[in-house]
Design a protein around this ligand. Structure first.
Ligand SMILES: Nc1nc2c(ncn2[C@@H]2O[C@H](COP(=O)(O)OP(=O)(O)OP(=O)(O)O)[C@@H](O)[C@H]2O)c(=O)[nH]1
Length: 929
């Protein structure tokens, strides 16, 4: 009723401008009464200054060029958001070409003038008393048909009959809204689904400044970068033309600071035109990265890009600097000095980085639940080791969402477990760490909020703006919570709740000490001290002899050698022990020539320590430990039953000699006899169960394969010879258990190097002295023709050279996934097969055969190969290449081409972080690899 009366009054009062320069409108009461009619005191309308001068509004509309828009067939539609007094709407309605003005204003204080105006122009104006901040308003406008006259226009052209005006509130929400427009431009969402329309934004000067800071300006922040990448901004009404603001804008009062009693400055505004770029730099796929990267690096905008990159993820500074430098980005430049093109490069490199965090942006946690969400993360992450893992965060979100759906309340999870909660929880992280539940009360939320939310009170004196940083990082709390409870900290723990019944009940808290009883600990300590005393006494005694405390010189001994037929051919497997460790290392010798002769040549790859005579051994002993020459034939085995073996051996077989060493070695031509050598480290997962996390299985297979195809012309005429020194240095020397732990850390987002480091190891804990000694023992040390080392690892080359093993060539080990799956079609497959199996004897009748291939096998394989080729069209490239590999005799488990994302990450880390000498294929990660 009151409103209606007032409306009538407004309409009856003709608008008279109180100032000779500034006109007001007919739907507004005389200016003298504004203070009474539009009293902002006590309202929550902070920052809602509105244009109060019709001329200013007209100027704004004119400069936007609305009068030139549209045509007879395409009448102009304009949205006037936060329309305030409605003067922009009025200026628009004065134009004949404007067919519809949709005025949106949530503040009741402006209801009178806007209702009056909409009644005056009921055919052309719609007044909606909702908040333009609420995106649903726009959906409803569209649903109600108010935008029916707006045609969708191609993005290349600025929309010719649609525009939006907004007097943006000078609050954090207003600024957020502007930020969201840039998002919508990228996605062509919101009203931008109609095309690239211009926006007339009245913005407060500080916000405007933030949007336009240029590279090099001290205050340049991420919003300026995002704006620059998405839209142009022009000033239509400069700040100076809105002076004196109190006549152009209302209320624009100087409000004295309550504490200092000094008058605060009024906020200045600028009228701007914001128009989306035709070629917006971010796209829908990269926008999250833009948001994330700019947010992270601009935290330290004064610092160099190099330093700031570390905010992106663990080791991002190390991994991304090199590719950025390669693209010409100066990583020493301060972040605020980066041009938009340079920022785009950073985003590209980040996007290409296989180890970038997977979740960059979450929008599914509303404000009300944010503290609880953070708290859940905090507590879930408290499961040792307390690391911030993105996977966990995503599963926590799932948990929180599920809880909200199920019970309309949040259940906090803690480190101890209750079975009920595990059942209810779809969260895999929960099964990882036992959990208990705790109903969150308002007090919990308040406490947590107060310690982790941005403080609005903190800030520079008089600035009025609070710090946006949480006073305490939730992650620090998580770390603190991760510590196992001690008797001093009971009160800090969360208490378990039994939520099985209708009423939840607090569980009695039981703490179990991790320590053994004191008595046991003391006796253990005593034992330990006793042991230490004894060993120190022992060392004092033995230090009498000067050398006792010094480490023994390394000595390796081949304990046994035997012939092993492999899919590639026969190898001699040597088992070595050393006096420096307790491991059994192996050496697989490929030297088919030795099998054909009954004498030892100077070029044979033979173990000196194996052939050496050992005191008191019989010929049978020598035979059983493999110290024979040539090949034991079945005829001997048949003859040699029981003790007769020793006697029969060497006598009349012609293929075996048990001559005592040293053999009379025959001197032979040394040319082209540099064997292929691989120092291979044990990998149970890759070699035994075919793990696709690494390429170890296929490397072992590939090494053997190449050693056997040595006669092919592709291998520069080298003979089929080689040695695989198989070192029992599982997991790059950290052991199997630690490697498996490292895999879990890798699944949580870390790379192989960081995972090792988090476990307290170096990236690579291997040493190569024992490998070198084994090679020396096999006659490949100093004075030999040298070796061709199969590796990408520069450490191995330098380690062997330091040990005096001449490395005359390094043979690259290209992962099969990188060297095959890139073409389609039979021809390509044929080519690939040839490439993978350079020895044509495998698949053709005319060519050489690998030493291991019995001819009958050759035929069988030929058929299989032919058959497979004919089926290749029906097969995907991947499957086919795998198939060929398997058929080719690569029957070791894990010897196919390893592939997959895990492998890609693993290989790239080796190259990018460990300096392995391998060329990453262009777009390798995209390959079906
Ligand atoms: N710690 C750790 N070890 C791994 C991982 N993946 C494979 N390994 C081990 O790494 C060893 C193989 O080393 P790599 O780094 O792949 O290769 P390399 O021997 O240094 O170099 P190349 O001679 O070029 O093959 C084997 O012992 C594997 O068990 C992993 O994720 N973490």
């Amino acid at each position: 009723m009151i409103i209606k009366a007032r409306v009538t009054a407004f309409v009856s009062v003709s608008g008279v401008c109180n100032h000779r320069l500034f006109s007001t409108a007919s739907h507004l009461p005389p200016k003298a009464t504004w203070k009474k009619d539009f009293n902002f005191v006590g309202t929550k309308l902070r920052g809602r200054d509105t244009i109060s001068c019709l001329d200013t509004a007209r100027q704004f509309v004119k400069k936007m060029g609305v009068h030139k828009m549209g045509s007879k067939d395409t009448p102009v539609t304009v949205v006037d958001a936060y329309s305030g007094f409605g003067l922009v709407s009025q200026a628009l309605l004065e134009l004949n070409n404007v067919a519809k003005v949709i005025s949106i204003e949530p503040a009741q204080i402006f209801n009178g003038p806007l209702t009056a105006l909409s009644q005056q122009h009921s055919d052309r104006m719609v007044y909606i008393d909702q908040d333009p901040y609420d995106w649903q308003v726009y959906t409803s406008i569209e649903k109600d048909g108010h935008l029916d006259a707006v045609a969708v226009r191609p993005w290349e052209h600025v929309h010719d009959h649609f525009a939006v005006f907004m007097q943006v509130p000078a609050t954090v929400y207003g600024e957020q809204l502007i930020g969201q427009f840039f998002h919508c431009m990228v996605f062509r969402s919101w009203l931008f689904n109609k095309g690239r329309f211009p926006m007339g934004l009245l913005i407060n000067s500080p916000s405007y400044e933030r949007l336009v800071h240029e590279p090099g300006q001290a205050e340049r922040g991420r919003i300026a970068a995002i704006r620059e990448a998405t839209a142009e901004i022009d000033v239509l009404i400069p700040e100076k033309d809105l002076v004196p603001e109190q006549h152009r804008l209302y209320p624009q009062m100087k409000q004295p600071n309550k504490k200092t009693k000094k008058a605060a400055n009024i906020l200045n505004y600028v009228g701007t035109k914001v128009e989306p770029l035709v070629d917006i730099i971010p796209n829908t796929n990269t926008l999250d990265a833009w948001e994330f990267v700019t947010r992270q690096i601009f935290v330290t905008r004064r610092y160099s890009l190099k330093k700031s990159l570390k905010h992106l993820a663990v080791n991002a500074d190390v991994a991304l600097c090199k590719p950025l430098e390669e693209r010409g980005v100066d990583v020493d430049k301060a972040v605020r000095d980066l041009t938009i093109e340079e920022i785009a490069q950073v985003i590209d490199v980040f996007n290409e980085w296989p180890f970038k965090p997977e979740i960059l942006y979450r929008d599914d946690v509303d404000d009300r639940f944010a503290p609880v969400y953070r708290m859940s993360i905090m507590v879930l992450l408290a499961a040792p080791p307390p690391l911030r893992m993105y996977d966990d965060i995503s599963s926590v979100t799932a948990l929180v969402t599920e809880r909200r759906r199920q019970e309309k309340l949040i259940t906090l999870t803690t480190r101890q477990s209750s079975p009920t909660c595990q059942q209810n929880t779809p969260n895999p992280a929960m099964s990882r760490s036992p959990t208990q539940t705790h109903q969150i009360s308002d007090t919990d939320i308040a406490v947590f909020d107060s310690i982790t939310s941005p403080s609005t009170k903190i800030g520079r004196k008089g600035s009025g703006s609070g710090s946006r940083r949480p006073t305490m990082d939730p992650m620090i709390l998580a770390l603190a919570a991760a510590k196992p409870p001690t008797h001093n900290h009971y009160q800090h723990d969360f208490f378990g709740m039994d939520c099985t019944g209708s009423k939840s009940r607090r569980l009695p808290v039981t703490y179990q000490s991790q320590q053994k009883p004191r008595k046991e600990r003391l006796s253990e300590l005593k034992q330990k001290q006793k042991h230490e005393r004894r060993s120190s006494r022992g060392s004092v005694q033995s230090s009498d002899t000067a050398t006792a405390s010094q480490p023994q010189p390394l000595q390796v001994t081949c304990q046994v050698r035997t012939r092993i037929p492999t899919p590639h051919g026969e190898v001699f497997c040597h088992l070595y022990t050393s006096n420096h460790d307790k491991k059994e290392h192996l050496a697989l010798v490929v030297d088919p020539d030795q099998l054909k002769r009954d004498y030892v040549s100077s070029n044979d790859i033979r173990s000196r320590s194996l052939d050496g005579v050992r005191a008191g051994e019989s010929e049978l002993d020598r035979l059983t430990r493999g110290a024979y020459v040539g090949k034991i034939k079945r005829s001997i085995e048949d003859d040699a039953s029981g003790a007769g073996v020793g006697a029969g051996a060497g006598a009349g077989t012609g293929t075996i000699s048990l001559n005592a060493m040293p053999f009379a070695r025959r001197q032979e031509n040394m040319e082209k006899l540099q064997p292929l050598v691989r120092i291979h480290s044990e990998c149970f997962t890759g070699e035994t169960i075919g793990s696709q996390r690494c390429d170890c299985g296929e490397q072992l297979d590939e090494a053997l394969r190449q050693m056997f195809v040595g006669t092919s012309s592709d291998h520069r005429g080298h003979q089929a010879r080689g040695v695989i020194v198989y070192m029992r240095q599982e997991g790059r020397g950290i052991g199997l258990a630690a490697k498996l732990r490292a895999y879990n850390l890798q699944d949580l987002g870390h790379d192989t190097v960081t995972a090792n480091e988090l476990l307290g190891f170096g990236a690579d804990e291997r040493t190569y002295e024992i490998s070198a000694s084994i090679l020396r023992d096999l006659g490949l040390g100093a004075g030999s023709a040298g070796v061709r080392l199969m590796t990408n690892n520069p450490d191995k080359v330098s380690a062997l050279e330091t040990e005096g093993i001449p490395v005359c060539d390094r043979v690259e080990m290209i992962p099969r996934a990188w060297k095959c799956n890139h073409d389609d079609g039979v021809a390509a497959l044929e080519h690939r097969a040839k490439h993978l199996f350079p020895n044509p004897g495998r698949f053709s009748t005319g060519g050489e055969q690998t030493p291991n291939m019995a001819s009958s096998h050759g035929d069988e394989e030929k058929n299989v190969f032919a058959k497979t080729l004919s089926n290749a069209e029906n097969d995907s490239g991947d499957e086919y290449a795998q198939h060929v590999l398997r058929r080719s005799g690569a029957t070791l488990i894990g010897a196919g081409a390893a592939q997959g994302d895990d492998l890609e990450r693993y290989l790239r880390t080796k190259v990018e972080r460990m300096g392995h000498l391998l060329k990453i294929p262009q777009g390798g990660s995209d390959k079906k690899g």
